[in-house]
Design a protein around this ligand. Sequence first.
Ligand code: GLC
Length: 687
Amino acid sequence: MIKKYVYGTPIPTDAVVQTIEPAEGPVQYLSELEMDGKILFHYVMEKDDIVYGLGEAMGGINKRGRVYRSFCSDVPDQTEDKESLYGCHNFLLISGMIQVGFFVDCASEVTFDVGYTSPNMLNIKPGCGDFVLYIIEGKSAADIVKQFREMIGRSYIAPRWAFGFQQSRWSYRDEDEIRDVVRHYRDSGIPLDAVYMDIDYMDGYKDFTISQERFPDFPAFVQEMKAQGIRLVPIIDAGVKIEPGYEIYEEGKQYQFFCKGSDGSDFVAGVWPGRTHFPDFLNSQVRMWFGSKYKVLTDCGVEGFWNDMNEPAMFFTEDGIREAKEYVQSFDFATNDPGQFFQLKDKLTGLSNRQKDYESFFHNMDGVIVRHDRVHNLYGSYMTRSASDALQQLLPGKRFLLFSRASYIGSHRNGGLWTGDNQSWWSHLLLNLKMMPSLNMCGYLYSGADLGGFGCNCSRELLLRWLGLGIFTPLMRNHAAIGTRRQECYRFGDTEDFKNLISIRYSLIPYLYSEYMKACLHSEMLFRPLAFDYPSDDFARTVEDQLLLGESIMITPIYEQNAKGRYVYLPEDMLLVVFRSSSVRRYQVMKKGLHYVSAAMNEVPLFIRKNKLLPLCRTSQCTEEMDTSMFEVIAFADRGFEYSLYEDDGTTTAYDSEKNYVRFAIQETEGALAAASDKTIVKLTLY
Ligand code: GLC
């Protein structure tokens, strides 16, 4: 049951696809207070209520105890105290004696104080008086999420090749460097499906250009890579370089397609290419125009893109630099006041992404002029929409890979996301795990973090352990920043452990893909906190570092340095499988309760739930070489049951057919259990 309440005159956000009539009468569950034209909502939480949601955000699976500021932000240093990240996903739900969900559909900033100022008080403060509030009642947390997901529409569906392992690094300069990466992977037998092209492939960081000097025959290079089972995935940034003669700049200027400053001139900000203009993605014509430019790359055979810097990130503006200069000039050395120095320092470090700059430019939303800060959170989301609309035309009937850094609910229908510039920190491995179910609640199923961490130097152990989580996330990409230690899997000495770990991913792909597709098609979550499936288990409700993944398994990644294993809570009896490679494993049935599970640095533990099975295919070097005619089945069973594996061609959009389900069964005949399927089962391991 969903109730809708409209405040003021909201700007359409494209988040909701269902038609819901506004409710009569006062808002239920929340008390509201009006202050200076803004509304403040309160909810009194019970001591044991869990608050789920908020998608991409810091903090735990349970969001209590922090403030979250929904304002798409470029956060190169994701320290513990950050209140905003790149995406804004204003859905949260209370799970306790009362179960209720809230979605604040608001294009500008919203603050959620979830028991921070006062432990039992949830305060929601939209930054303006124009928004829509949705209140969702349901019988369980899972039920509320499902209703919410149906309301916001089906999640973007990635091609199957995007479930392969992907390598990225900001600094791959030319064809030879990419060839070298691929050669190392293939020579060491570590599976790989894609290599990313960061801004260095462009000519002067200009969108939709390819450096002729460094990629002399790009279409041929794309084909050369494809012949080795490798897709190239170029980046597209939001900012368009100001350079006379550059087609995109000239056209944008001519057709008035860029965001405007208050004096009506094209707004200027400094990003990677230097001085840039921002395409006005909130305008439908601009979306069509910018989207059509992806053709430059699809014509070369490219089938995947990542959209970046679309909060939009601004390193500086001319106003900011001018103010800072004035400040420096007025700095009086003689006062000998350290306070003045710190103000100066803040002035300089605060040059990027200034609130004041976000308040100084304007959009033309199909005839309506709106100041940027009022619609800030939509910018990246509409860039994704521009790309997705265009790619559907450019690659008819075919799936494409598309994900973005900035996002707002609605963009989950058009693409996935990656969680931006994390660091090679153990805490960010754990953060990656905690974000997955929250992202799923908000519709982002094709998602993942930079494995190994983007900033800072990564150790062999951290990368191995991070891959121990990454082998389960739909987007499995190792990405690192320029200037950091080289982080490709073959850079850490002996490659055997990496080969073995990533080979596990490839044998899991049929299951992962199946569960991902079912979650997309039926508005379910791929990753779930334990409490979603075991709501009356009080201990399960507190678990923050284990996740249920699809129907059959629970994952328990190791996220601490020098750990020899970890404590795991089992809400029921389960079968532990510790993988050393796709084929080397050890098994142990474990009873409900707390256990210590040993797993060396090169091992990954997972658990199979009671009367569930896990189908595994033979590992391969890339998804194109996957053979899904034969399976090995691991089952934990004391009776007969069935599992239905979703399988399709992985490339077209024909995913709604009933024919896409393959039956696997554990059957009881004459007191014995055996496996059956239309697929060939080469081996059954049954406990
Ligand atoms: C941003 C992106 C990062 C990328 C870099 C250079 O920091 O988040 O992934 O590598 O820009 O393009």
